[in-house]
Design a protein around this ligand. Sequence first.
Ligand code: FAD
Length: 480
Amino acid sequence: MTRPLPSAVVSDLSEIVGRRHVITDPDRLLVYESDGLTAYRIPPRAVVLPASTEEISAVVEVLHRKGVAVIPRGAGTGLSGGALSTPGGVIVGMARMNRILTIDPENRIARAQPGVINAHLTEATSPYGLYYPPDPSSQSACTLGGNVAENSGGPHCLKYGVTARYVTGLTVVLAGGRVMQLGGVGRDPYTTLDLVGLFVGSEGCFGIATEIEIRLLPITEGVRTLLGIFESVESAGRAVTKIIASGLMPAAVEIVDGPTIQAVEASVFAAGYPLEAGAALVIEFDGTEAGLDLDADRAEGYCLEEGAIEVQRATDPEHRTKLWRARKKAFGAMGRIAPDLLVQDATVPRTKLPEVLAGIDDIGSRYGLKIANVFHAGDGNLHPNILFDRQNQKELELVERASKEIMQLCVDAGGTITGEHGVGLDKREYMTLVYGPAELQAMAAAKQVFDPDSLFNPGKVLPEVEGAELGVAMKASTVS
Ligand SMILES: Cc1cc2nc3c(=O)[nH]c(=O)nc-3n(C[C@H](O)[C@H](O)[C@H](O)COP(=O)(O)OP(=O)(O)OC[C@H]3O[C@@H](n4cnc5c(N)ncnc54)[C@H](O)[C@@H]3O)c2cc1C
């Protein structure tokens, strides 16, 4: 049972944001007890919903003065437990920080509050012929603040790069409520010490991003979307290697495996993927019209060389949306197979995809677990989705063991433990698979610069390592 926040603290917070924006009712707190990593649940002591940088600063000041840990939260779609409360912590939610502040088409820049939903930014900028490229599959729900914290990717990040490439400035609230401006218009963050770059990907462990300045790109002139159908995920993986090695530069290359296809086709997101397929490959090219058909023809040829049963092309924008929806909503469709889903995330060199996928299949068989794969194949970013029932404690243990083996398999293949979902709570113990004490110490030191008392999202990202003296980075909340 989480102990309630002292009434004096509730009253101080209420003065800043209004009583109805301080949630303390245990029933209402249940909504915040987990994020997309549903295997872990910890209700926070309270949730505070500020509406401006000033309010966030004042809220953090009150909580840190009392030694209360602060857990920033966007939409809670994170898959590594990053927005999960730590024992005794208070969640500061961004739900009311949801305004796009400026769109500057001449400089191709927008400034937004962190609670703006990713897809809403492109909706708002498209009348100016501009869009925001990083497109997590959760983009209809996840927030820009969450994207900044996780340095999120998405299908089109193969060609366009991840969040870090687009964030040019940040207003942040740091320990004790200190407000700091990092980068921003006219201050190139890349020519001096890149504090924007350091903050992006810090998983809510450095502070809270309260305003985000973002670079936009012109909407591309043309697009071609292909769907390759394969007998096996291994042959689809080989086609990916061939396409990329050929020098083609697709905007996106995504794989959906057989079990996922069956789940999607049985759901409202059905897009006509053949049920008997072992894998489907969604390939997209964009850019100026000239040359797009040629690129699509070449990619189709490589698919056929690697044994594609058929290759379709989207015939109109509606068909394209349908093909993409099946891919982007695949995680949701898996709810048809099992009540719980652990979406794993790791990267491997593209050339290792076929052997790693076979290895994952083997791990699933040995543990008797269903694993469905849907992932950003073009950049070797795997998402093995382990299906389970969290009520079954034994199965939960098997899921943990299988996850660890999958991580080890990816690291042994020359990859790493996360491509885009972050480390959070879920991957902390895997950090030592890729980093030694010296690297972990450097990360802990960076955290200490921003958050000396470890009161932002403690207990996340950095593992407990004997002898590494990660010290404050790991300290849990000390609130009474
Ligand atoms: C169906 C589905 C598909 C997904 N597909 C993708 C994908 O393609 N690519 C991808 O990268 N991810 C994907 N994700 C993961 C997730 O959506 C992203 O990590 C996303 O960026 C999280 O945003 P959020 O607003 O939900 O953040 P939350 O889950 O609320 O928080 C995530 C982390 O960010 C921190 N945080 C939140 N807001 C702030 C802030 N303002 N300042 C500082 N820290 C903050 C939190 O403390 C936490 O550590 C997917 C998730 C789901 C459920």
